[in-house]
Design a protein around this ligand. Structure first.
Ligand code: FA5
Length: 349
């Protein structure tokens, strides 16, 4: 029995040593160690030995079985390492090649224009201001001299966060800001006069979207408060802004406009770039409303503890989304926040 065991051990270890493939190793495994293998058969025949010889023979057979199994595993490991090294060195795979590039993001066209304008205004001494998108009624309406019964406060214009009857109309409501003009109040209350700020940001209105209106869109507020500020300063700022974005003179017109927080108030319109005689974008008027502005109403200054007999100021509220439309010839504002990559990829800087 022990002789046969030694024969099988020798046969097994020699075969493993000489093997070159996984298939050969598998074959040795089955032939010697498998359910019907030679070593298994030998173990089964232990019962034919005299009782006192059985334990020693059983232990010896198990040792041989384990030794061959361990050598097969070692040979498998070597084979695997060899195959991998061959693959890496072969023609099929160059491990030094860079992996696939993760797709790179880019700035949204709204972000691009906002940054350009921030640069233009920062170079003129303006600071960049910011405010929350969920805003207090006081900042969005009251402090801006907007009367308690003004239709803009109605829920068909404003998206309210506080429920009806919960302080709304008494200056204690909370809403999604409807314009960036509320940043005027925050900035003036925080920094006082004199002050120059621009504040780009996202605003929200109850609006049925159409080619030039969205319920969520972007504006950029501008504000200057100082001694002796006049309408001519406002007009200069508006023209600088337009030239900064378009790099050329754009045909514009100025007309009177009413906003409770400015007096006098203006509307600056830009000539529609999509038509000569009227189209659906300009609603057949050949003009697109772009940027209202005016001289800050004394009540707004007072609400921010600034003496209107000492200081005056101007403010404007650029429709940033419409500016992007005009600059790139986009004939529907709804593309801007569509998240459609086919659209966005055209604006990679
Ligand atoms: C205002 O929001 C004022 N806060 C602007 C202002 C600031 C006036 C400072 C005076 C002084 P208005 O609602 O007109 O005004 O909006 C300003 C600009 O935002 C418009 O000229 C237009 O370009 C853009 N705009 C208005 N509504 C929408 C909309 N639904 N979708 C896209 N752009 C819009």
């Amino acid at each position: 029995m022990l002789e046969r065991l030694e024969e099988l051990r020798h046969e097994g270890l020699t075969a493993v040593e000489a093997s070159n493939s996984e298939d050969e190793l598998r074959e040795i495994e089955v032939r010697l160690l498998g359910r019907k293998g030679a070593l298994t058969d030998l173990l089964k025949s232990l019962g034919t030995l005299p009782k006192e010889d059985r334990p020693a023979a059983g232990q010896a057979a198990n040792r041989v079985k384990q030794e061959i199994a361990a050598q097969i595993e070692v040979a498998r490991g070597k084979l695997h390492a060899f195959n991998l090294a061959t693959d890496l060195a072969g023609d099929g795979l160059d491990a030094t090649l860079p992996g696939p590039k993760p797709p790179a993001g880019g700035l949204h066209p709204l972000g691009q224009i906002a940054r350009e304008l921030e640069d233009v205004f920062q170079s003129m001494g303006f600071r960049i201001a910011d405010g929350p998108e969920v805003e207090l009624e006081d900042n969005n309406f009251d402090a801006l001299n907007i009367p308690a019964d003004h239709p803009a406060r109605e829920s068909h214009d404003t998206i309210w966060v506080t429920p009806e009857g919960d302080g709304r109309g008494k200056g204690k409501g909370v809403c999604m800001r409807t314009h960036t003009s509320c940043v005027q109040i925050r900035a003036l209350r925080e920094h006082g006069a004199p002050l120059r700020v621009v504040a780009p940001g996202r605003v929200f209105r109850q609006e049925t979207p159409d080619p030039t209106h969205d319920h969520t869109f972007h504006q950029m507020e501008g504000l200057v408060v100082d001694k002796g500020v006049g309408v001519h300063h406002l007009l200069h700022a508006m023209n600088t802004l337009l030239e900064g974005v378009f790099g050329r003179k754009v045909e514009t017109r100025l007309r009177p406009g009413f906003f409770p927080f400015v007096e006098p108030g203006f509307e600056l319109d830009a000539r529609c770039p999509f038509c000569k005689t009227g189209c659906r974008v300009c609603k057949q008027s050949t003009w697109i409303e772009l940027m209202p502005g005016g001289m800050i109403h004394p009540n707004v200054l007072r609400a921010c503890d600034i003496d209107p007999d000492v200081y005056s100021g101007y403010a404007f509220g650029l429709g940033l989304s419409r500016m992007v439309m005009l600059r790139y010839g986009i004939d529907d504002i709804r593309w801007l926040l569509s998240g459609d990559l086919r659209f966005l990829e055209q604006f990679r800087a």
